[in-house]
Design a protein. Sequence first.
Length: 277
Amino acid sequence: MKLSLLSFPVIPDIMLRRLKFSDLCAAAADCGLSGLDMMAGEIKLYGAKKVVAGLRSCGLELACLIAHVPMTKYDEKRAAKKIDAAAGLACDCGCRRVMFVPMGQFEAGRLRPRDKEELFAHYARGFALAAEKCAAAGLEACVEDTPTCLLPLSSADECERLLRAVPGLGLVYDTANMLPAGDDPAAFYERLRGRTVHAHLKDAAFADRGQDRCADGRFMHCRAFGEGVVPVKDIYRRLEEDGMPSAAIEYTSPAGRRDRAAHTAHIKKFTDYLTGK
């Protein structure tokens, strides 16, 4: 199974010039990773040519492009423009997988529980369009389970409903994002494994305050592997047994120094945890 790194937590370090993008690529390669999962906004920020050159110089690939598409109120023309842009960027970067995020966290905070059914209808149309356009471009369109309970993409029931509505859509299985809905990570995977094409390996813990509000009133926080409630190592082994083609480490940046050496050492802690070293 190919293993990549979600790079968005490193954005502040690159913007503050603690780290170069080429340093991040070198750190990932030094830890035996095969690529990066990157947001479209990151690539635009650094420049597509710079990203491609940085990846290639270290023998890495863009494993998954993550693109935001507005679907709160479905506008086919607007959605099509965003989908086409994401597909074009993926092709430019040699990436064959695009994970579409239907809306941002801040938009979700303004929603009411009764908006879910209307949202689902918008999502079904929007993701069907994404799957159709990606298939035509030779790309794989995906969706990820979300930690936001107000969106119809948090629980296994909700994700399965969308996947049934859009047969050409794959699932990026985030190992923690179903926790706010009260679902078990391992059981979630077993139920949806037939549609899972990629995974985001993440550990998480609960707290009284935070960003991702759970159905029971607590909040979920991302943690380093082994510091939360998700059996990440067991899930990783299960994915390998199943022949999952790829997965990405959802990274938390190191405390203190944040240069190439610090990031390399910290990424290695994540990879060593998975392999039992």
